[in-house]
Design a protein around this ligand. Structure first.
Ligand code: EPU
Length: 430
């Protein structure tokens, strides 16, 4: 296996069908650690994070924090974020292009330096991803933004003492960005309604409160924040990644042979478990051990289903491509309506190249189950599409070559090594 780069160009060659046998352990959650790392900009004290996955996106966030004046030390899954004494609040286009979550340092940097200049994120392969909710929310917090030459530049005005922000949609990023920024507005009481309640948002709330923030309503759609003057250093352990866990459960349902998945937070995956209940293949979860035992299920009688993605506690859009691969092999007609990123369907044509029978109408994928997939050259357009194609390659007959596969390293820690440990053979070429 060659070393992993940060671009997306690599190739994965998968010879199917294969079987996975042994134990996979889920890492810390990408979408929890990224905003938490961003929130480290609110203090000059040391932040000591545990269960931090080694992912391309985490490395991008490290680059951003370093360019903003932080000094980072990494030991295995521990990340220590220290201050160099300087704060630079200008973030160039490159890291924001690589990872949209970079934009969420804009509000905190503005508060620390009175000004920030951050590249405006562009389009993205899972569909339009504007930041209008972020900018409108920040404006209510007193942060005036001007967009020029692809950058957003801020000016900090005096905010009102009581601020109400109602998000037009429970956006994960906008909730996290506005929430994090509001924590350091001394004496200001902010209420955010229609918040995202994804577990990663709640992890951020818990982290900020441990730093000394005054937030109530964590885990609900109404967050109340009383701004404080100073936040302090903290030791914090990141929650397990529910999307990584869900991906391995789906993989196990297709190619598992006595596969155990450890470090699973079932309370974050109820929607996936109930989809498998409806399909007729319940997930075997041991609550005490927090582990799932899973085996290939295609030979059992399965039901086709109609489902949709939705903000938490609904079915996550980040598992839609992977469950689509699964449903492509379930007899009958299934449908998946994508309500979060309405055009997140670029994996469908690739699955069809492997023999799936799926068509897209508006924001619904209509899947006619087939009895096998066959290997083909395919292209990954984002990290979840890459995971869906990898699972498809493992269950398909013959060779699948996934190009642009490096997307997968943005969200799955050591996926090739983890899969090799359960007997899967993959060839990775840079
Ligand atoms: N939206 C707007 N305006 C905004 C913000 C969002 O119109 O200002 C729209 C988006 O276009 C989208 C919907 O609101 O249609 C939801 O977007 P959201 O803001 O919730 O997504 P995000 O914060 O950009 C995070 C995750 C995504 C995940 C989504 C939805 C991180 C770093 N990213 O993105 O993760 O799909 O929430 O759950 O937390 C992934 O891990 O593969 C991934 C894409």
């Amino acid at each position: 296996m060659k070393s992993i780069g940060l671009d997306t160009s690599g190739k994965m060659i998968v010879k199917g069908p294969q079987k996975a046998k042994g134990t996979l352990t889920v890492s810390g959650a990408k979408n929890a650690v990224l905003p938490i790392m961003g929130a480290s900009l609110l203090t000059d004290d040391d932040i000591d994070l545990r269960n931090v996955p080694d992912l391309a996106d985490v490395r991008t966030m490290i680059e951003i924090l370093e360019s903003a004046g932080k000094v980072i030390e990494r030991f295995d899954d521990q990340l220590i974020i220290k201050s160099s004494g300087n704060i630079n609040s200008e973030i160039p286009y490159e890291p924001v292009r690589k990872m949209r979550a970079s934009f969420n340092v804009y509000g905190p940097l503005t508060l620390r330096n009175g000004y920030a200049k951050v590249a405006l994120p562009g389009g993205c392969s899972i569909g339009a991803r504007p930041v209008d909710f972020h900018l409108e929310g920040l404006k209510k917090l007193g942060i005036e933004s001007t967009i020029e030459h692809g950058f957003v530049t801020s000016k900090l005005n005096n905010p009102n003492s009581f601020i109400n922000i109602s998000l037009p949609f429970p956006s994960v990023g906008a909730t996290e960005h506005v929430l994090t920024t509001a924590c350091l507005l001394e004496g200001v009481k902010t209420t955010i309604t229609n918040c995202a309640i994804e577990p990663e948002v709640t992890d951020l709330v818990n982290f900020l409160n441990k730093m000394g923030a005054k937030i109530t309503g964590g885990g609900t759609s109404i967050l109340k924040i009383e701004g404080v003057k100073k936040l302090s250093g903290v030791k914090y352990t990141i929650i397990p990644d529910r999307i990584e866990a869900g991906t391995y459960i789906i993989l196990g349902k297709l190619v598992g042979e006595k596969l155990t998945i450890k470090n699973v937070s079932a309370e974050h995956l109820n929607s996936l478990f109930s989809v498998f209940d409806n399909i007729g293949s319940p997930v075997d979860y041991d609550e005490k051990k927090r582990e799932v035992k899973v085996a290939e299920t295609l030979l059992n009688p399965l039901n086709s289903i109609s489902m949709e993605t939705a903000p938490f506690p609904g079915f996550p859009t980040d598992l839609q491509p992977q469950i689509t691969t699964f449903l492509s092999l379930v007899p009958g007609r299934s449908t998946i309506t994508e309500t979060v990123f309405k055009s997140r369907f670029y994996h469908i044509d690739e699955l069809n190249r492997m023999g799936a029978k799926i068509r897209v109408e508006d924001n619904t994928a209509i899947i006619e189950g087939v009895n096998k997939l066959s290997g083909a050259p395919v292209e990954a357009t984002d990290l979840r599409a890459a995971a869906a194609l990898l699972i498809a390659g493992l269950v398909a007959e013959g060779e699948t070559i996934i190009s642009n596969v490096d997307h997968i390293f943005r969200g799955y820690e050591n996926i090739h090594e983890k899969l090799e440990q359960v007997g899967i053979e993959l060839i990775y070429e840079k």
